[in-house]
Design a protein around this ligand. Structure first.
Ligand SMILES: Nc1ncnc2c1ncn2[C@@H]1O[C@H](COP(=O)(O)OS(=O)(=O)O)[C@@H](OP(=O)(O)O)[C@H]1O
Length: 264
């Protein structure tokens, strides 16, 4: 007789919660290779989308396998900056673990802007018709518009502080996305193995640096698709400097929350 459906057997033990545009797809794609990890690629945002959330947890969990000795891993890159998500997750399971990958906030803001320009179909989106600088500064000034969503999503401290109200720091592993891009990712993937208490599997030899892509790729499964990896954007040095100064107090506060200095 088939086993009765029990949602707590299928509920993901771990979520990649963001930060959006900080390397969440690469992290998920590499982790998927681990024989004890099950993951899926559609980001339905159950906890963030009212239409899904109101349909209930059982319906969302139905396509997931039971956890068993494997870890069900779900990635939703937008969760990190949505304050309604952590209380909803806490209400389901207060022992869930989280992977948070973060990059230099300037780099992430640029990537977010380019993503909005290229891939977001929403009509009348300001990013479609305005340059990065036009979005960054209040009209006709050199004063940063601190309400621009591409920018606020890089104020990591604000978002992390909300998550820490619900879950203890020990349930988060914070991954250095700049090192994940620039160095062989095996080292940080091995740390994820320890964090998730799964067998050692990743070796540096599994990855190679692809000069054309400008990223590390998996030796057997290749590189991420062409949608990942922008190359054709430069920020005017004085604008970059202004932006770096702007982020400094937010970064310092984030280092305190995480207990680690990322040197941004
Ligand atoms: N190995 C590897 N291959 C390709 N790309 C890599 C890799 N590691 C990190 N990255 C960086 O990931 C950035 C996209 O971030 P996300 O996957 O989090 O974006 S999303 O929020 O899911 O849309 C993407 O940003 P862009 O360069 O702006 O496209 C990459 O810089």
């Amino acid at each position: 007789m088939p086993r009765a459906f029990r949602s707590k057997d299928r509920y993901p033990k771990c979520f990649i919660i963001g930060a959006r545009k900080a390397g969440t797809t690469a992290l998920q794609a590499f982790l998927e290779r681990h024989p004890q990890i099950w993951t899926r690629y559609w980001e339905d945002g159950f906890f963030s989308r009212e239409d899904f959330y109101t349909r209930g947890l059982n319906r969302w969990l139905h396509p997931l396998p039971a956890n068993g000795s494997q870890v069900n891993l779900v990635k939703v890159a937008e969760y990190f900056h949505l304050a309604r998500v952590p209380p909803r997750m806490f209400a389901v399971n207060n022992a869930t673990r989280f992977l948070l990958i973060v990059t230099d906030p300037v780099r992430r803001t640029i990537s977010d802007y380019l993503f909005m320009r290229r891939y977001t179909k929403q009509p009348n989106l300001a990013e479609h018709s305005h340059s990065f600088e036009e979005m960054l500064f209040k009209p006709g000034t050199k004063e940063i518009d601190s309400s621009w969503p591409c920018l606020t999503r890089s104020m990591y401290n604000r978002h992390f502080a909300v998550w820490l109200k619900w879950f203890p720091r020990a349930q988060f592993m914070v991954i250095d996305g700049d090192a994940f891009i620039g160095d062989n990712p095996a080292r940080q993937l091995q740390q994820v193995e320890t964090f998730l208490n799964i067998q050692p599997y990743f070796k540096s030899n599994d990855f190679f640096y692809n000069e054309t892509k400008g990223f590390y790729c998996h030796r057997q499964f290749g590189c991420l698709g062409s949608g990942k990896g922008h190359t054709d954007f430069t920020l005017e040095p004085t604008v970059e400097e202004t932006l770096r100064e702007f982020f400094k107090p937010f970064n310092r506060n984030f280092y305190n929350l995480v207990g680690r200095n990322f040197n941004w």
